[in-house]
Design a protein around this ligand. Structure first.
Ligand code: GLP
Length: 241
């Protein structure tokens, strides 16, 4: 496991650089986390793209997860996030963007379709991941099986509370379910870039990287992966230092 700890203002630069170094080709399959942490990394990639320093227009993008029950056009959906913050700024055509279909009438079937889709496109080259304050990975909440695959999950109260900031602070508007790649699915990515910023992540990050590999801390499964790079700011690294 490679670790880079940076001052907060260098976080986006360091993460974008690490990502670009990890990409195997000009047409990689990039797994993307949503959430607040990677936003500035995507913004940095967008800047570099506008300046002509990088060209990711040939990339394929695969999301980790999606809320169940939001329309794909809903601005709170991860479908909208991936389109507006990643695909559009990087010039990636929508045919190469894959997000679980959270508005499906049959979300369980949509989860299976998504698991198969990842396999069909040959898997993920580099997976950008974040970590929840409760140690979750994508929407694999504590208690998730380490060998889980893409499925419908119930979101924990803590996750709904944490994500209420994206819903105008209204917890009751945060969906109760999501489709998430499973821990085994994520573990199949050839390389993983774990991003953690802020003090709220310090306990979860230490438990994930130092504690036992166990369903209680889903992100601990990353200890079993042979190619993980961690980019953390000093606050998130606080319990590791
Ligand atoms: C969210 C997402 C994850 C994300 C994590 C941390 O709920 N489902 O994919 O990595 O929680 O998000 P943030 O960076 O906003 O703290």
């Amino acid at each position: 496991m490679r670790v880079t700890v940076v001052d907060d203002e260098m976080f986006a630069t360091a993460a974008a650089t690490a990502l670009l170094e990890a990409l195997p080709s000009a047409a990689p399959t990039l797994g993307v986390a949503t959430g607040e942490t990677p936003m500035r990394v995507y913004a940095e990639l967008g800047c570099r793209s506008r300046r002509g320093e990088v060209d990711l227009s040939g990339a394929r993008v695969i999301a980790l997860d999606e809320y169940v029950g939001l329309d794909a056009g809903d601005p709170h959906s991860y479908t909208a996030y991936v389109r507006t913050r990643i695909a559009d700024p990087l010039g990636i055509p929508s045919a190469n963007v894959h997000v679980p279909q959270g508005d499906s009438a049959d979300p369980a079937a949509a989860a299976e379709v998504f698991e198969q889709r990842i396999a069909d496109v040959g898997g993920v080259d580099v997976q950008i991941a974040g970590i929840g304050s409760n140690g979750h990975l994508a929407f694999n909440e504590p208690g998730s099986a380490l060998d889980s695959t893409t499925r419908v999950v119930e979101l924990s109260q803590q996750t709904r509370h944490d994500n209420a900031r994206f819903f105008g602070g209204r917890v009751e508007e945060v969906p109760r379910q999501a489709i998430t790649q499973g821990l085994a699915t994520i573990g199949r990515a050839r390389s993983i870039l774990l991003l953690a910023a802020g003090r709220a992540k310090a306990d979860a990050l230490a438990a994930a990287l130092r504690g036992p590999v166990a369903p209680g801390v889903p992100a601990s499964v990353l200890q079993r992966h042979g190619d993980v790079t961690v980019i953390a700011d000093r606050a998130a690294w606080g319990r590791m230092a």
